[in-house]
Design a protein around this ligand. Structure first.
Ligand code: ATP
Ligand code: MG
Length: 223
């Protein structure tokens, strides 16, 4: 079953008076449970593509179907609900809230969705255990290493049990030990928790953690 379908997608940006085509007729089916690694040269449109998958930007042409429904047929509010509940995002620079501790950062998506965090206590403990941060639950991001911060960012995606995790260069700012820890976490999240993952990476080594590697170049998928 395809959880995401990308059909004849184009994306162009107006830069000054010029219109530049970044994505040209991209087609991709993401099966439920896949772990896809997207690679390609800087500026080829990997982040742009990931934002389109997350419904955070609109294609200039073509369709993106999220779990059976076209983003183009959804109102912003509906896309917001999908982004909060069905999708999890991980970025290169973690994007944690600096004045909230580890626990509160992980619980933040619940608060933003109007849920009461009390009933998520058990789940929070389980997630903290999974990322080996139980003893640091009251620490703030400033007191953590980059690798620890990124583990918290991954944990934050899990609190809502998203079906899909979209990650843009999640290891781009990490040393190789921390990078491997994040990849091993993704592997567990994919193979044991059954979540679909789409990551962008510049690393051949980390791309191989995926179940499929996609090369983006000159606006299209090359292989
Ligand atoms: N909002 C925007 N307005 C204008 N141009 C944009 C916009 N977003 C991206 N671009 C351009 O689109 C191209 C692709 O950008 P994108 O960030 O998707 O590349 P990337 O493959 O993620 O690169 P990197 O590996 O360096 O992160 C770049 O030339 C960029 O300048
Ligand atoms: Mg990018």
């Amino acid at each position: 079953m395809n959880i995401i379908e990308v059909k004849n997608v184009y994306k162009s940006f107006n830069i000054g008076k010029e219109k530049i085509d970044i994505l040209k007729n991209v087609n991709l089916d993401v099966n439920k449970g896949e772990f896809i690694s997207i690679m390609g040269p800087s500026g080829c449109g990997k982040s742009t593509f990931l934002y389109l998958l997350g419904g955070m930007d609109k294609p200039s042409g073509g369709n993106i179907i999220m779990d059976g429904k076209d983003y183009g047929d959804m109102k912003e509010k509906e896309k917001g609900v999908i982004r909060r509940r069905k999708l999890g995002f991980v970025f290169q620079f973690y994007n944690l809230v600096q004045n909230l501790n580890v626990e509160d950062n992980i619980l933040l998506p619940l608060l933003l969705d109007g849920k009461k965090p009390d009933s998520y206590k058990k789940k929070l403990d389980k997630i903290l255990d999974m990322i080996h941060m139980s003893t640091r639950r009251r620490h703030t991001p400033r007191e953590l290493s980059g690798g620890q911060e990124q583990r918290v960012a991954v944990a934050r995606t899990l609190i809502f049990d998203p079906e899909i995790i979209l990650a843009d260069e999640p290891t781009g700012n990490l040393d190789s030990k921390s990078g491997k820890e994040i990849m091993n976490l993704f592997r567990i999240i994919n193979s044991e928790m059954g979540k679909t993952i789409v990551q962008v990476t510049h690393s051949d080594e980390y791309a191989k953690y995926g179940t499929r590697i996609i090369n983006l170049k000159d606006g299209t998928i090359q292989s």
